[in-house]
Design a protein around this ligand. Structure first.
Ligand SMILES: NC(=O)c1ccc[n+]([C@@H]2O[C@H](COP(=O)([O-])OP(=O)(O)OC[C@H]3O[C@@H](n4cnc5c(N)ncnc54)[C@H](O)[C@@H]3O)[C@@H](O)[C@H]2O)c1
Length: 369
């Protein structure tokens, strides 16, 4: 098992990565579970595979699990979903010093984390991420949010978990498409800041996705290490270091918005395409070579997520896609900073990107290569 500290003044915590962590939940959580009753929020897909493991572990540890099981999917991250979780936690008489358990992917983690942030002005929570995306990204760093009619993740809070247990066993029940989508976030860490890790991803992607446990542990651990370092440096995305983790997200968000935030394009798949587009747009601006941009695209293709937007069959042109970017929450005084590449492994924030140019670039990309 690997243990990665997230060092934040007064709010430090550990991320543990390994197998068998859920089956050992009481010992892993120790004093964080200070009462008999343990509130656990999850979704029906995750409950189907992992409820029994947690139930058995908690009962054996002398605890009584109380469950709130939600419908799966992005729609749970809504005002209604938030109200449901908060009301349930209030009914459970959760106190500020208690810890709510979030068992699931990024949807459950973001929703429960936000509920914990506002419940009685903030109670504790523990992240048990069960998707690759949640293990390498969303469970670490304390960004919590829900979606509203105006857009995704527009209402939320920074609220750090007290502990993250990334149990690699949970990846065995994750649908292959979700695993591939999550792997795009792993590749992202290489592309944005670690050329050596990117080369590792190029070599080992297929085996990671085929379920090689040692390689999965390395992929998750290295990703979490990078995220923890960046979060410790720039927790609230003020200096710009954390903003680099948004590589691929501005393009990706536009594609998610155009496809209606639906199963047509999963979040990780949108990020995968977004990384490809950010790399190719960096080549268009002559920051990197075409060859390097295509290395990024090939690594994504080898791991399986889509890497050509033409294949999405969207009824949109570049201007329409660029218009979605105006609603990006990273808009800053009328400009939208883009994370672009100076090299593979070297991302930077470009605040001088003209959306007209992005639109014409996207028009080119929408024609099949
Ligand atoms: N807070 C952050 O920093 C951050 C970062 C990235 C993404 N996100 C958010 O994360 C969300 C996407 O997360 P996600 O990709 O994990 O999606 P998700 O939570 O919807 O999970 C994907 C699907 O897999 C199922 N599932 C989860 N674990 C499973 C398992 N072990 N076995 C079988 N099925 C399982 C879920 O029920 C769901 O159907 C988005 O809302 C995105 O905005 C947040």
């Amino acid at each position: 098992m690997a243990v990665i500290p997230v060092n934040l003044a007064g709010r430090s915590y550990k991320v543990r990565v390994g197998g068998g962590l859920l089956a050992d939940l009481p010992a892993q959580c120790g004093k964080l579970l200070r009462k008999d009753c343990v509130p656990v929020v999850t979704d029906t897909n995750v409950a189907k595979h992992w409820r029994e493991t947690i139930e058995t572990a908690l009962l054996a540890g002398g605890h009584e699990p109380h469950w709130l099981v939600l419908d799966p999917g992005e729609s749970a991250k809504s005002w209604r979903g938030l109200e449901r979780v908060v009301d349930w936690l209030l009914g459970e008489e959760v106190e500020r010093g208690d810890h709510v358990v979030a068992l699931g992917g990024g949807v459950i983690g973001d929703l429960v984390g936000f509920a914990a942030a506002i419940l009685k002005r903030g109670c504790g929570f523990i992240q048990l991420p069960t998707t690759l995306l949640a293990q390498v990204d969303s469970s670490v760093g304390g960004k919590t949010a829900i979606n509203t009619g105006a857009g995704k993740n527009l209402v939320g809070a920074f609220h750090q978990p007290a502990l993250v247990l990334a149990d690699l066993d949970t990846l065995t029940t994750l649908p292959a498409r979700e695993l591939r989508a999550g792997y795009a976030e792993v590749i992202k860490y290489g592309v944005l800041g670690d050329a050596e890790f990117f080369t590792w991803c190029e070599r080992n992607g297929p085996q990671v996705l085929a379920g090689d446990r040692a390689l999965q542990e390395y992929a998750v651990t290295e990703s979490v290490r990078t995220k923890a370092r960046v979060v410790a440096e720039d927790e609230r995305e003020i200096t710009g270091a954390r903003a680099l983790l948004n590589l691929g997200h501005t393009f990706g968000h536009a594609l998610e918005a155009e496809t209606g935030f639906s199963d047509r394009l999963l979040h990780g798949e949108a990020v995968a395409l977004g990384i490809v587009l950010a790399a190719r747009y960096s080549a268009r601006r002559e920051y990197i070579s075409e060859q390097d941009a295509e290395r990024g695209a090939d690594a994504i293709a080898d791991a399986g997520p889509p890497n050509e937007i033409a294949a999405l069959g969207m009824d949109a042109d570049g201007r329409k896609l660029a218009a979605h970017m105006l609603h990006d929450k990273k808009m800053d005084a009328g400009t939208l900073p883009f994370v672009l590449l100076a090299a593979i492994g070297q991302a930077f924030l470009d605040r001088n990107v003209a959306l007209d140019d992005v639109a014409s670039f996207l028009d080119g990309e929408l024609q099949a290569r």
